[in-house]
Write a protein that binds this ligand. Structure first.
Ligand code: PGA
Length: 250
């Protein structure tokens, strides 16, 4: 099997006005001056900034992602955005099933599965987020929860080329807490095995990102763990300097 090329993606969440595009310009400057790390790089700003960010990123080393989509291509769904619209605005990937969406909007695995299929229908990759709550970890249910989320969220025709999994323990997001290296290795190994069970050989090539309080200070130790094929970075992706330092872990 050929080595999996890592992906480091920045999830800006509901942060960023026009002025924040200066961080993207600064990231591009740093990459131009210092050379490219051996990893794919993506930024996922809010949908309002996609078209402007697209103009800045076109032809460069950083790709553009979006943070959510509606399952349908168009229709009477006020306020929603379809995968086709996000593709039209310049996105190459869509984060689906982030724990904040599962919590804030009651998104179920079935909905995440439908959104993943929508991303694929529009020719985009889906970054499918899974992860246990603090209570579930305390109850010893982590592996079972993550396996269940994968079984429900990953369409059986998913391919390594259009699907990324992000393991994000809910309790690690935005908290400054991270699991031990052994815990990350254990969950990522189970995700790899479950992907292979669900989609066969393709599962061996799917990138499995770690997410949850990835910072310049801990990126190196997290990114070297077996079956960790990159990171989904929230808070630390908002500042070009921090995000660039995380990329330098490779
Ligand atoms: P964080 O967020 O890096 O701020 O913890 C990660 C995420 O939710 O994707």
């Amino acid at each position: 099997m050929t080595a999996i090329r890592p992906l480091v993606a920045g999830n800006w969440k509901m942060n960023g006005l026009g002025a924040s595009l200066a961080e993207i310009a600064s990231l591009l400057d740093r990459l131009a001056q210092n050379g490219l790390p051996p990893t794919d790089i993506m930024v996922c700003p809010p949908a309002t900034l996609l078209t402007k960010a697209k103009l800045m990123l076109e032809g460069g080393p950083v790709t553009l992602g979006a943070q959510d989509c509606h399952p349908l291509a168009s229709g009477a769904h006020t306020g929603d955005l379809s995968a086709e619209m996000l593709a039209d605005a310049g996105a190459k990937a869509i984060i689906v099933g982030h724990s904040e969406r599962r919590t804030d909007h009651g998104e179920t695995d079935a909905m995440v599965n439908a959104k993943t299929q929508a991303a694929h229908r529009a020719g985009l990759s889906a970054i499918i987020c899974v992860g246990e709550t603090e209570q579930e970890r305390r109850n010893g249910a982590t592996l079972e929860v993550v396996q269940g989320q994968l079984a429900g969220s990953v369409p059986r025709d998913a391919r390594a080329a259009n699907t990324v999994i992000a393991y994000e323990p809910v309790w690690a997001i935005g908290s400054g807490l991270t699991p031990t290296q052994d815990d990350v290795a254990e969950v990522h190994a189970v995700i790899r095995a479950e992907l292979t069970r669900l989609i066969g050989e393709e599962g061996t090539g799917v990138r499995i990102l770690y997410g949850g309080s990835v910072k310049p200070g801990n990126a190196r130790e997290l990114l070297q763990i077996a079956n960790v094929n990159g990171a989904l970075v929230g808070g630390a992706s908002l500042k070009a300097e921090d995000f660039y330092t995380i990329l330098c872990a490779y």
